[in-house]
Ligand binder design. Structure first.
Ligand SMILES: [Zn+2]
Ligand SMILES: [Zn+2]
Length: 340
């Protein structure tokens, strides 16, 4: 089968990879739609702990084509979303149920072969049947699972006034779920007007066009909207220039959630006195653990609406374009369709 294969950072080829036989519990999935994500750009340059050779692609939706004899509750022909995380289940964190902090954790598309390939091998227990869910909606299951985890971490109070910074795909999903989740107002601030328009079309109450390189230029507008700050500010862009200036926009007693992925070496300055005096909580949210079932429920119920989010589609051979699309101003979410 054909796959995107990196042997080192920044250098990959579409290679013919031999199909290995399935081990106990495993399933072979014929990949139908695989989301391209900011993480793939970090992996491209060797960040985020990749293991070489690497086939990236961690947002996998496909069709079961082969199963080991012991796999239960699945059938050949089932369309499934693949939870890309593999937890050891025996380290101290797994034994506490903190699967996200598994000391031996592996992710398909990061340390194990992922979805930018014609087929992927996954554990049967990590394949979630999607029935007749539309493939564009299914492509958002993994990002929605990450958002579900983010909402668990955020633990939002009813009627909260929420600011989301960034309008990428996960910000869009976050915004939609917070709109449905009991906030009194959701504001989204980002540098690209059409992405703000997509968010507004899904019920976001306020949009603010911001300059990512000069966040302070938008400060007045945010201050007018929330003179004493927002109950929760979710930084989902990963932009250090934004993170550095965002704390004054968190209400006293409020929460800043770091949801975007900054570069591993970036740092910001924080005034401990401000955190202390204003009792601000700073939370992080990373990936997902057992958010897939709830993500599928949200997509099935239409509480996450994919319309307007997937803007670009590529074949495996166009992986360079798929990666480049992450920086294209007209792209919100790109997917690779490996059978094209
Ligand atoms: Zn992702
Ligand atoms: Zn573990």
């Amino acid at each position: 089968m054909r796959a995107v294969v990196y042997h080192q950072p920044e250098l990959y080829k579409i290679e013919e990879v031999p199909e290995r036989p399935l081990a106990a519990g495993e399933v072979r999935v014929r990949n139908l739609v695989v989301g391209v994500c900011g993480t793939d750009a970090h992996l491209h340059v060797g960040e985020f702990g990749p293991r070489w050779p690497l086939t990236p692609g961690h947002e996998i939706v496909g069709e079961v084509v082969e199963m080991a004899d012991d796999v239960v509750d699945l059938a050949v022909g089932d369309r499934v979303a693949v939870d890309n995380t593999i937890h050891c289940m025996h380290c101290e964190n797994c034994k506490r149920g903190d699967f996200n902090f598994c000391l031996n954790g592996v992710a398909l598309g990061v340390q194990a072969p992922g979805g930018f390939a014609e087929t992927t091998i996954a554990s049967g227990t990590k394949c979630y049947p999607i029935g007749d869910l539309d493939l564009d909606a299914a492509a958002l299951i993994e990002p929605t699972a990450c958002v579900v985890h983010g909402l668990d971490v955020l633990d939002l109070q009813p009627a909260a006034d929420v600011l989301i910074i960034g309008a990428g795909p996960t910000s869009q999903i976050l915004a939609q779920l917070i709109v449905h989740g009991g906030a009194s107002r959701v504001t989204i601030a980002a540098p690209t007007q059409f992405k703000l328009d997509v968010a507004a079309s899904h019920g976001v109450n306020q949009t603010v066009l911001l300059d990512r390189n000069d966040f302070t230029a938008s400060a007045d507008q945010l201050r007018t909207l929330a003179p004493h700050g927002f109950d929760a500010v979710i930084e989902a862009s990963g932009a250090i220039g934004v993170l550095q200036h965002v704390l004054p926009h968190v209400k006293s007693g409020g929460t800043l959630m770091i949801y975007g992925m900054a570069s591993e070496t970036s740092t910001i300055e924080i005034h401990p006195y401000e955190i202390f005096r204003r009792e601000i909580q700073i939370k992080g949210s990373f990936a997902h653990a057992y958010g897939f079932a709830r993500a599928i429920q949200f997509l099935r119920a239409g509480k996450v609406d994919p319309s307007g989010i997937i803007t670009h589609r590529y074949s495996l051979d166009q992986y360079d374009q798929a990666l480049a699309s992450l920086r294209a101003p007209g792209c919100l979410k790109a997917v690779v369709e490996p059978q094209r």
